[in-house]
Design a protein around this ligand. Structure first.
Ligand code: HEM
Ligand code: HEM
Length: 229
């Protein structure tokens, strides 16, 4: 980005939030690609799933202490949903500096369902749940992700603003938002709390599953009788 381009934009998404987003995409992609027993990277399935869990722990804390548009109080606005949806259906979609009111529901749903998929996966691994339920939940998450990406692309087209680019650079154009100031960034204390959330989550995960972050050979549970010879 050239210097003049930079000054014609303003900060929206803080760096840890963007790292969270793209690392979560990476972790969930690896979880899906490794989910089949026959996958060449099958042993990475639980590592990917547990990594997503540590990322979620970070996001929960960040929702209280993170940068301005990362905070739950600043984007969960149930009362604004009706107006937003009406404008959208009437053909006047409105841009939002942070998440739009409808998108905020998707954010909560994505985070919540990811948590449920992880919980079900760890229950399967612990032998307390049928793998079919975990699989069905994972495919519901995949459908929600499809909806999420579709909505991001559609809103980008309708509002003439490249939302994906903003989630990469963290910045939006002043020309689209006259008089909007730089978003308030996270402080040093927030960064420490965010890091602490990740460390504590990793400790808790390793207490539950000591091999959580070591690639594990998975055994097929297709039949009730293990083959041995
Ligand atoms: C595994 C797949 C994905 C998951 C689980 C996911 C999840 C999320 C979550 C939780 C947020 C909210 C950010 C926050 O405040 O924490 C978000 C926002 C966003 N995601 Fe994704 N995402 C995924 C894939 C993608 C992909 C592939 C793209 C790009 C094509 C994308 C583009 C965006 C954008 C642009 C936003 C900001 C939306 C806005 O402007 O309000 N996401 N995503
Ligand atoms: C976002 C996270 C996750 C996603 C998207 C995901 C997805 C999936 C999918 C689609 C399957 C079905 C594979 C098949 O067709 O056989 C599966 C199986 C499984 N997953 Fe996950 N999973 C996630 C997290 C986890 C976690 C955190 C654990 C454990 C700690 C876990 C443990 C398992 C186990 C044990 C199986 C059964 C493997 C087998 O015996 O075939 N998963 N997962």
């Amino acid at each position: 980005m050239t210097n003049s381009e930079y000054t014609r934009t303003f900060k929206v998404w803080d760096t840890p939030l963007r790292l969270f987003h793209w690392l979560l995409v990476l972790a969930i992609s690896i979880a899906f690609l490794s989910s089949d027993d026959d996958s060449p990277i099958a042993s990475w399935h639980m590592v990917a799933g547990w990594s997503a869990a540590a990322l979620l722990a970070f996001r929960l804390i960040w929702g209280f202490v993170g940068g301005e548009h990362a905070r739950f109080v600043n984007f969960i606005r149930p009362t604004a949903i009706a107006t937003h949806a009406r404008d959208l259906l009437a053909g006047h979609p409105r841009r939002s500096v942070g998440h739009n009111p409808l998108g905020a529901i998707a954010v909560v749903a994505l985070i919540g369902l990811t948590g449920i998929v992880i919980w079900s996966g760890s229950s399967v691994a612990a032998g307390g749940m049928d793998k079919d339920l975990h699989e069905a939940l994972a495919y519901s998450l995949l459908a929600l992700i499809g909806l999420h990406v579709g909505a991001v692309l559609l809103m980008s087209l309708l509002t003439g603003e490249n939302l994906v680019r903003a989630m990469i650079s963290g910045r939006k154009k002043n020309s689209l938002y006259p008089n909007v100031r730089e978003a308030r960034g996270p402080g040093l204390f927030a960064a420490l709390l965010g890091a602490a959330a990740i460390v504590l989550a990793i400790i808790a995960i390793v207490m539950v599953d000591p091999t959580a972050f070591a690639p594990q050979q998975r055994h097929s549970h297709h039949g009730s009788h293990e083959e041995r010879d």
